[in-house]
Design a protein around this ligand. Structure first.
Ligand code: GA4
Length: 318
């Protein structure tokens, strides 16, 4: 029968995870940097193995999360609504988007974690410690990835991107999504969107559902792997690189008879940080595509649109 080309392996609307890059962080640094850059350019997405985040830190946050979602509806409601932080169920954002999930939205800024996690656990000190350890580990990983990108792009200042996240005032967010099991038809768990921030680090249990959209508009299912992280380029990274990197549109289809648990760290700048395409990404062939904006302005605009909205369009030079 011969070897099938990627296109032949696709059906009309969804396809298998053909061509989604998996990058081993323990490989040679120069090679890793080039692979990450290519993945961010071609997919806005990659899977990361040998990421160095301890399995103990991961299992502790997973255990705490399962513990929280196993509580009664009224106990969970008492930790909501998620405005801006806390427990949410089915409603996403402020404009009527719905999903088949419940979630926790938490401030990922170390100084705010105790406050934003206070109402969530019967042992708030322990819960906040566990969140803090996980968030610190994934923040460090995010900064490593961003340093690798800066090195690979040949930027003199290797902290060009990581400095934005590694800031005491960083507006980064941590989210845990819990998708209940489904025995009927496949449903949209979390609708199509791109993340507004710089970089997202996602980890799930062994239940699938995440799909990413390729530039040709086809959806690929990402096989779940609890020992890996998925890395997603956000809108702000797209703007900083003047469209060299593309933020990835993704969604979650709920289709399993087991619950899916995923955790996302969304690395964001501080509210007053200025975002504009780096001069090194601009040339006569690639003129500046975006007007400068503060993260606060972008966030406001992002939150005023529906989930699937194309947020960056509002900041494009016409
Ligand atoms: C997507 C990424 C993060 O989950 C999030 C989401 C936020 C929310 O759930 O409240 C948003 C969504 C996300 C993008 C557009 C706006 C805001 C819902 C929505 C309709 C917490 C974020 O920062 O942006």
């Amino acid at each position: 029968m011969g070897v099938q080309t990627p296109n032949l392996m696709r059906n009309k609307k969804t396809c298998r995870a053909v061509g989604i890059p998996t990058i081993d962080l323990s490989m040679d640094r120069t090679l890793v940097a080039q692979l990450i850059i290519r993945a961010c350019e071609e997919h806005g997405f990659f899977r990361l193995t040998n990421h160095g985040v301890s399995s103990e830190i991961i299992s502790r946050i997973e255990e705490q999360s399962y513990g929280f979602f196993a509580k009664s509806a009224s106990e969970k409601q008492a930790a909501g609504p998620p405005t801006p932080f806390g427990y949410g169920c089915k409603s996403i954002g402020f404009h009527g988007d719905k999903g088949e999930l419940e979630y926790l939205l938490l401030d990922a800024n170390p100084s705010s974690i105790p406050e934003s996690t206070k109402a969530i656990s019967n042992d708030p000190e322990k819960f906040s410690c566990v969140v803090d350890d996980y968030v610190q580990a994934v923040r460090d990983l995010t900064c490593d990835i961003l340093d690798l990108v800066a090195e690979g792009l040949g930027l003199e200042d290797r902290a060009t991107f990581s400095r934005l996240i590694d800031d005491v005032e960083s507006d980064s967010v941590f989210r845990v999504n819990h998708y209940p099991p489904f025995d009927q038809n496949q449903k949209v768990g979390f609708g199509e969107h791109s993340d507004p921030q710089i970089l997202t680090i996602l980890r799930s249990n062994d239940v699938g559902g995440l799909q990413i959209c390729s530039c040709d508009g086809l959806w690929s299912s990402v096989p779940p792997n609890p020992s890996e992280f998925c890395v997603l380029v956000g809108d702000t990274f797209q703007a900083l690189t003047n469209d060299r990197f593309k933020s990835v549109r993704h969604r979650v289809m709920a289709n399993s008879n087991k619950p899916r648990l995923s955790m996302m760290y969304f690395g964001a700048p501080s509210l007053n940080a200025m975002v504009s395409p780096l001069p090194q990404m601009v040339s006569s062939h690639s003129p500046t595509l975006y007007k400068p904006f503060t993260w606060c302005e972008f966030k406001k605009a992002a939150f005023s649109l529906r989930l699937a909205g194309r947020r960056l369009d509002q900041f494009k030079y016409s």
